[in-house]
Design a protein around this ligand. Sequence first.
Ligand code: SAM
Length: 261
Amino acid sequence: MTYTETDLVATIEQLAGTDLASLTQAQRDGIDQFHAGGTAAVDRLLPSLRLSPAMTVLDVGSGLGGPARQIARTTGCQVVGVDLAAGYVEAATALTDAVGLAGQARFLNTDIARLDRFDFDAACTVHTQMNVADKETFFAAIAHRLRPGARLATFEVCRVGNDDPALPLPWTIDGTDSFLATPAELMVAIEDGGFDTVEWVDETPWLVEWFQQLGARLAAGGTAATLPALLDDGPERMRNFAGALGNGTLTVHRGAFTVQR
Ligand SMILES: C[S@@+](CC[C@H](N)C(=O)[O-])C[C@H]1O[C@@H](n2cnc3c(N)ncnc32)[C@H](O)[C@@H]1O
């Protein structure tokens, strides 16, 4: 099973040697963005969402809350994150309280399919659908919770060809909860879920470089309190992901969509 880490706040504080409230923004950025590309990836999603401060954004598979807090901080929007992993929701809530964003970003421990709210102005999902077998139903559940005309931004991992990437990976320890689609299959699943495509862009080249730079920083030992240190098998999961992006087994595609109704 993946995403079973508990007591994440205690682990973060132990690794950093300080309490949550004393972490620098750079330290938080190295811990709470659970996807390739870190804060730069979220920056690339934001323009397509056309957000303004009065809006409320749904973040599906919000993890430790890094993307949701970045959206709240940089746009002034309200953000609601939903995630299946109770330990992650607990950590996301504590990290949000620690930076004084509790009035703007909150996190619910639920499957998107069971979220009882249907008036979001925009949505994003980052490195989440790899865990979802029925992708059309997953994206239909997101579409159902958006206002007419709302936008969705995605930043998602796809496979290329038939080669399987080496395990473990950030989203799966043993492969039983990994369901990779090709870029074309994923785009069709999102459209069949109720969206029109605005943009569908291969972001892999800069992410390969981003991983090289991250690897160099970690090898230099300057950043003990980082996401790889926090996760079960974290360093190996990150190395395998970087390797699969580098050898062309996996891609990351960024998408922008509008809901069809
Ligand atoms: C690789 S993490 C990415 C976290 C976050 N989006 C980020 O980029 O920092 C994927 C997350 O998606 C969550 N997830 C997977 N399927 C979900 C579903 N159907 N509803 C809500 N959360 C889901 C997992 O629990 C996990 O925390």
